[in-house]
Ligand binder design. Structure first.
Ligand SMILES: *Cc1c(COP(=O)(O)O)cnc(C)c1O
Length: 707
């Protein structure tokens, strides 16, 4: 790390040298004033550099650096930010467990738009957790994979079909460094995959105080197929995925070992890292040389070091594999670890005795870990039902799966304007105890006019972003220039703005809004306007989701008020912060009970947005009758009947509650009753769904359970 920082520092004029070490730790991205620092040097170039400060500074012309080095305001700001970051990093570490750190394993991490190793909710949650663990100074290390091409980028065709493309990251320009061994050479780990040894280097990314280690198979010694293992996230091919999971689970444990890190506890997120316990088990087995213990006994010995979080109640999130495919990729690994293929197969099936059942990593993870948790209360219930066959002798209510409800990292997701407003009434450093409900009662002291001004500013910033983005989206897919141009004036910064942005999986029901196009048209086409922003990516192989998006596209174009409903392409961490901050209403319309948690609504709530959501996932815990709106979350066997019922409920709420409340104004032009709801939303949801509460729950209930 030192070497990389020095290389960057040598490029910088002396007064700017602190920018070098600041750039190599993502802490700048959630420190107040951090991103303004880079933006004030050259906002346009910083944006073009994907807000990656290393790339930005390495590419910045010398004359701009020299000019910045004489900017007094900038230098003062640099000194302030450097002090804050340095003080944070100097704090003493809080031990979670006495005998070593917690190792957090996940297939994706959504830390920042410039680190392309995430796709959606799971990754963003993992990124938020690492940041909060850093804020609490906990001793945690994280392990994942460095996908150089990351997740797909999205373009929509004129006909509404999603097209995908991938961009390759230049690792030289990432705020990441290759870990080196005592000999000064890059640390190298290998894992038997297919017929060879898959080799990987390890990169280190600093997420505040939390080191994130990413394994990378892009090495000359690997063949092109092996190199592809860390090319892209969520590859369609089962063979590539299994190779990725071998590298993550087995390679991850080996990498930590090679770095001299001995975790007291491994936290496995989703089934992807489920081979890690096998690697630990096989070490135990070789220590007990000679004694051939069965797999179950071996897992028993390591069990106390593993906890597992399941993040999805949808089958696609719990992939299964044909045993032949499974062992064609992992067979040699399993053999070399001294494990029996038959025993491993049984442990990877829901019904251990059903030899025709395909193999899954989630059953293996549940059987290997000392505890399993879901990510909301309702998801806990669903997960207990879903996995109850794994516990045939246990009553349904006693299936040992608990829950820790997800939350979001407040400094990442609360827009600076809102944070400044709350600081005025909550006091300095309030973020450190954001999970204290007493603190949030101060929202009552914020005058209507100020709260409304903050909301209007955030909406305006979103509208400005949309105007330019939509023009470019339209031109790029070949729309008429006139239609593209009409986006300049399409959005009204005073109109009720509704957002729906999430992964385009069918169960999320993007199309529910369009269930009755006439009725929707009546809602949006009115003097008291409504504008709707849609966004989200479908997995490349999810043709069903792609055709839902296509149909929505066609219907949307048919609306005369076509500019009031827009689809924003390529939803990711670049646009999400502005979307969740600027929308007045955040929609979530999953087919219950398939939403494990949902976190984007929490981000909206932190910015004074109001949730309108099906009672599923987190909203079952969040909704209190006064802080947003709810649609019945009970399940109906006939999906069409359910869509009809839920769409009708949605339209009724929009017509009879949401619009009237937003547009009834007092003498100051302020919607007082709307703001009362916003206050109630902030007060009730702020403390409960900030990541401080979530990390406390993980530490107290999962990492250090009271026996
Ligand atoms: C928060 C977030 C998600 C997850 O949103 P859900 O509400 O869980 O669907 C997905 N993608 C991005 C870019 C996000 O920021």
């Amino acid at each position: 790390m030192r070497r990389a920082i020095d290389r960057l520092a040598r490029r910088l004029p002396e007064p700017l040298e602190d920018l070098a070490w600041i750039s190599y730790n993502y802490l700048w991205s959630w420190t107040p004033g951090g991103s303004e620092l880079f933006r004030s040097i050259d906002a346009y170039r910083f944006m073009v550099a994907g807000e990656n400060p290393v790339r930005f500074l390495l590419n910045l012309p010398e004359r701009d650096l020299l000019r910045a080095a004489t900017d007094r305001d900038l230098l003062d700001q640099l000194q302030r930010v450097a002090q804050v970051i340095d003080a944070d990093l100097q704090r003493p570490t809080q031990r979670v467990l006495s005998n070593g750190p917690v190792a957090f394993f996940c297939a994706e991490f959504g830390v920042h738009q410039s680190l392309p190793v995430y796709s959606g909710g799971l990754g963003v949650l993992a990124g938020d957790l690492l940041k909060e663990m850093s804020d609490q100074a906990l001793d945690v290390v994280a392990v994942g994979l460095l996908y150089r091409r990351g997740y797909l980028h999205q373009r929509m065709s004129l006909e509404g079909w999603q097209h995908e493309y991938w961009l390759e990251a230049n690792t030289d320009l990432l705020p990441a460094v290759r870990v080196r061994g005592a000999d000064g050479l890059p640390l190298r780990v290998t894992v038997p995959v297919w017929d060879g040894e898959l080799a990987a280097h390890v990169w280190r990314v600093d997420v505040g105080r939390t080191p994130l280690y990413l394994l990378d198979a892009e090495l000359a010694e690997n063949n092109p197929l092996e190199r592809w293992v860390t090319a892209r996230l969520y590859e369609g091919s089962p063979e590539i995925r299994l190779a990725q999971y071998a590298l993550l689970g087995i390679g991850g444990v080996r990498a930590l070992d090679a770095m001299g890190i001995s975790p007291a506890l491994f936290h496995l997120n989703e089934g992807h890292p489920a081979l890690a316990p096998l690697e630990i088990a096989s070490r135990t087995s070789s220590e007990l040389a000679g004694d051939r213990l069965g797999l179950e006994k071996l897992l028993d010995i390591g069990r106390d070091r593993f906890v597992f979080t399941t993040h999805t109640p949808v089958p696609a999130g719990n992939e299964t594999y044909d045993p032949d495919v499974f062992f064609s990729v992992l067979g040699r690994s399993v053999d070399q670890m001294g494990l029996s293929r038959d025993e491993l197969s049984s442990a990877s099936r829901v019904d251990a005795a059903a030899t025709t059942e395909p193999l899954g990593l989630s059953p293996l993870a549940i059987r290997s870990a000392r505890s399993t948790n879901a990510v909301s209360k309702r998801h806990g219930e669903v997960a207990r039902t879903m996995w109850s066959p794994l516990f045939p002798t246990v009553k349904l209510d006693d299936v040992p799966i608990t829950h820790v409800t997800n939350a979001v990292h407040l400094p990442t997701w609360m827009a600076p304007d809102m944070r400044d407003l709350l600081t005025k009434f909550f006091g300095a450093d309030w973020e450190l105890h954001a999970n204290d409900p007493g603190l949030w009662s101060h929202v009552d002291e914020i005058p209507d006019v100020e709260l409304w001004r903050a909301r209007c500013d955030l909406r305006l910033q979103l509208v400005e972003m949309l105007r330019s983005r939509i023009v470019v989206d339209r031109l790029a897919r070949g729309e008429d220039v006139a239609l593209a141009e009409s986006a300049f004036s399409a959005f009204d910064p005073t109109h009720l703005t509704i957002g729906f942005a999430r992964r385009l999986a069918t169960y999320k029901r993007l199309d529910l809004l369009f269930h009755d196009v006439e009725r929707l048209h009546g809602i949006i086409d009115h003097d008291q306007g409504v504008q709707i922003i849609l966004a989200g990516k479908a997995h490349p192989l999810d043709y069903e989701a792609k055709s839902v998006a296509k149909n929505v596209f066609v219907v949307k174009r048919g609306l005369e008020t076509t500019n009031r409903v827009v689809f924003l392409e390529d939803y990711d961490l670049r646009v999400a912060p502005q979307l969740v901050a600027g929308c007045d209403v955040w929609l979530n319309l999953p087919r219950p009970p398939f939403e494990a948690s949902g976190t984007s609504g929490m981000k909206s709530a932190l910015n004074g947005g109001l949730n309108l959501s099906v009672l599923d996932g987190w909203w079952c815990e969040g909704y209190n009758g006064r802080n947003g709106w709810a649609i019945d979350g009970s399940t109906v066997d006939d999906p069409e009947a359910q869509d009809e019922r839920d769409a009708t409920a949605l339209y009724e709420l929009l017509e009879s509650e949401v619009k009237p409340l937003f547009y009834s104004r007092d003498a100051n032009g302020v919607p007082a009753l709307w703001l009362a709801r916003v206050r109630e939303s902030l007060r009730s949801l702020g403390p409960q769904f900030s990541s401080a509460r979530m990390v406390n729950d993980y530490v107290n209930q999962v990492y250090r359970p009271s026996h």
